[in-house]
Ligand binder design. Sequence first.
Ligand SMILES: *[C@@H]1O[C@H](CO)[C@@H](O)[C@H](O)[C@H]1NC(C)=O
Ligand SMILES: *[C@@H]1O[C@H](CO)[C@@H](O)[C@H](O)[C@H]1NC(C)=O
Ligand SMILES: CC(=O)N[C@H]1CO[C@H](CO)[C@@H](O)[C@@H]1O
Length: 319
Amino acid sequence: MTNPLIGVIGNSLLLLMFLPVLKHFSYSGFYKLDSLKHVKDVGVQTPWGRPSSNVMILALPSGAQIAFIARHGINHSITPSEVNGQANIAALKHVGVKAIVAFSAVGSLREEIKPGDFIIPNQVIDRTKSIRQHTYFGLNQGVVAHAMFGEPFTTELSSFIAPLVKQVLPSGLNLHTNHGDRDSTLVCMEGPQFSTRAESRMYRQLGADIINMSVIPEAKLAKEAELGYSLICTSTDYDAWRMNEEPVTVAEVIKTLTTNAENSKFVAQNVLQHVHDAISANKIPSQNGSMQFSIVTSKDKFTKESKEKLSYILPDYFK
Ligand SMILES: *[C@@H]1O[C@H](CO)[C@@H](O)[C@H](O)[C@H]1NC(C)=O
Ligand SMILES: *[C@@H]1O[C@H](CO)[C@@H](O)[C@H](O)[C@H]1NC(C)=O
Ligand SMILES: CC(=O)N[C@H]1CO[C@H](CO)[C@@H](O)[C@@H]1O
């Protein structure tokens, strides 16, 4: 059996849409026919602990396999600040994944990004508060490394995915991406509470288009682990910036979230096979080697412990 080449990180709703037959979900099973097949669950213990869920190996209709992690746990019981990003990314790397297609619900900071619309951002503003472990380096292990993060997502992967998403969007919904020198910017806040109106308006002034609580540290850790990473977002609401509207209600978010998860499932099914094929044919450049010049500490200073730990994600440098 070959390793899964792509990893998917999404919420448990997305998984539910893939696998309506999972026992502990009571779901109508309406989508049974076109769902992905569950091959097996892999319980992975990484040097940074356990991922949010087992790594679920799912088969596409062609038989190609993907690896899925439910970001907030299978029962959605892990808050964005509690998600163990280090373990999630390391676990996907460990099972052989080369690139990650992540899904996230976001709030919209722009009138033209309507609830239900899809967004593939190319830039990030980090407003998390360093209570999440956001790097594999430092942490008293004696290895210093600085990953490039000017392009927080894998540009080639995102531009490969965009037309595929567009193809299957239900009519009335739009896909928003960067164009020309206009970035598509995601601001990542700590949460778990949503923004105040003042914060929401500040993010608009900073040039942000959408907001969520999940892309950091995922995108940073994927870079450090030399994995491709792109994010497909679905807008649930208008956050809190609109003066003459009620701020986002949780009920509104959950309702749109469910519809969005259904749409995300169709998008995922159209996208994943193509991404798998492109990665196996080397049509999307590999991230292998991208950390080559980032590690500042010289090899002879690595401790036995740091080598053991870091070789889990970067065997070429820490063997
Ligand atoms: C999820 O919830 C079910 C009960 O609904 C429980 O049996 C199961 O252990 C939970 N799984 C995890 C991983 O928390
Ligand atoms: C990745 O790049 C390193 C050099 O940085 C090379 O030694 C290694 O063979 C490459 N691995 C793969 C899987 O291409
Ligand atoms: C506005 C906002 O933060 N939206 C989402 C961002 O990400 C978290 C975690 O995935 C979602 O639960 C939020 O609804």
